[in-house]
Design a protein around this ligand. Structure first.
Ligand SMILES: NC(=O)c1ccc[n+]([C@@H]2O[C@H](COP(=O)([O-])OP(=O)(O)OC[C@H]3O[C@@H](n4cnc5c(N)ncnc54)[C@H](OP(=O)(O)O)[C@@H]3O)[C@@H](O)[C@H]2O)c1
Length: 344
């Protein structure tokens, strides 16, 4: 007897990917139920080679559900996650709603899978921001080897990180540029087609954006509170795949060659670093892939024990849907949950 899994936000960029990944990985589900807002009731979504009809979250009874993968934004999660937990399901949430709650584990399985056991306090597990997820997958094995002191990161984030409407906006604007129509920013503050925007999420009092703040706070919670992080988060006209230019300072010596070897053997990491034209990964090649790709690893001669590198991953997968499904797998593998029907 398998699990009953609900996917909330199943019509969205992340939710659709979750359904795909559950099927791809042969997740032990007897039943998968796609849920979204009332607007989407009856919409068809793919689950492997099956087509499922979306149901409305507000009318759904979670009493037989074991696992709820939530991907419908912070407001929906704030209202619904406690109710779903009260009905006896574990919630794995993709929004920022619960990430900073000390009673909610924030998990990237390659980094801190053992912390999932902490889900019992609130019944909720949080998934990090997409930029943080791929960053910590690459930082963890290097930190274990030479202790990271400080990270300086600039991101090049695709529009899918802002959801399906943002993808439609890049498409519509790109078309408008070619047909010499008016280019209208809606979701983004400025035109995104053939442009880059150094602003993701809201501005904070210190001038950083919330997206930049998230990378700092989440890296500390997942990996090590002692690591200092400073980020500049930039939206680029790429549909899927986030890239990051990362500069790392370590306590102890580590060379680019050592780092490459460590990363080659690290879970979730794939090193493609040929030091020739095309011998690196771009976001386009990361689409549909599970790996966090590391390229352009160099010694940084401007600081003691410094490295520079380029990190790329599919934000909808490792940054969101894949990570959430891996968290669910960690719960099952550790026997921390069992299917309600089996238990009955
Ligand atoms: N995109 C990424 O790379 C990424 C990475 C990490 C985390 N996240 C987070 O994941 C969440 C979803 O992101 P997304 O990119 O998939 O957004 P999206 O494409 O805009 O999809 C949003 C989904 O939420 C559903 N929804 C909205 N309001 C609802 C309501 N009142 N009740 C039920 N369902 C509702 C939508 O259903 P309708 O179609 O019916 O409106 C849709 O299925 C966000 O919290 C986001 O911050 C995204």
């Amino acid at each position: 007897m398998g699990f009953k899994v609900a996917v909330v936000g199943a019509t969205g960029a992340v939710g659709r990917e979750m359904l795909q990944i559950l099927a791809e990985r042969a997740f032990p589900a007897d039943e998968v139920v796609p849920l979204a807002s009332r607007r989407s009731q009856g919409v068809e979504v793919s689950y492997g080679d099956k087509t499922l009809k979306v149901k409305a979250l507000e009318h759904f009874d979670f009493s037989e559900t074991d696992i709820c993968l939530m991907s419908a934004g912070a407001a929906v999660s704030k209202e619904w996650s406690p109710k779903i937990v009260a009905d006896g399901a574990v919630v794995i949430d993709n929004s920022s709603c619960w990430r900073y709650d000390s009673d909610v584990p924030l998990i990237v399985p390659e980094v801190n899978a053992d912390a999932v056991a902490g889900f019992r306090k609130k019944g909720i597990i949080a998934n990090p921001n997409c930029s943080t997820a791929q960053l910590v997958v690459a930082l963890k094995p290097l930190h274990d080897h030479a202790r990271i002191k400080r990270v300086v990161v600039a991101t090049y984030q695709s529009v899918s990180g802002a959801g399906k409407e943002a993808m439609d906006e890049l498409f519509a604007q790109t078309k408008a540029v070619f047909t010499i129509d008016e280019v209208e920013p809606k979701k983004f503050s400025k035109r995104i087609a053939f442009n880059v925007i150094p602003h993701i999420d809201v501005f904070m009092d210190d001038g950083f954006t919330k997206e930049e703040w998230k990378m700092v706070v989440e890296t500390k919670k997942i990996l090590d509170p002692k690591i200092k992080v400073v980020a500049t988060c930039v939206r680029v006209p790429v549909f899927v795949g986030h890239s990051e230019a990362v500069h790392i300072e370590f306590e102890e010596p580590i060379s680019a060659d050592e780092a490459r070897n460590i990363l080659r053997n690290a879970p979730g990491c794939l090193v493609i670093d040929k030091r020739e034209p095309g011998g690196y990964v771009t976001p386009y090649e990361s689409v549909g892939e599970d790996a966090t790709y590391i390229s352009r690893v160099r010694d940084d001669p401007t600081v003691d024990n410094g490295l520079a590198m380029w990190i790329v991953s599919d934000n909808l997968r490792k940054g969101a849907a894949l990570n959430a499904v891996q968290i669910a797998e960690s719960l099952i593998n550790r026997k921390l949950i069992q299917a309600k029907q089996k238990a009955a």
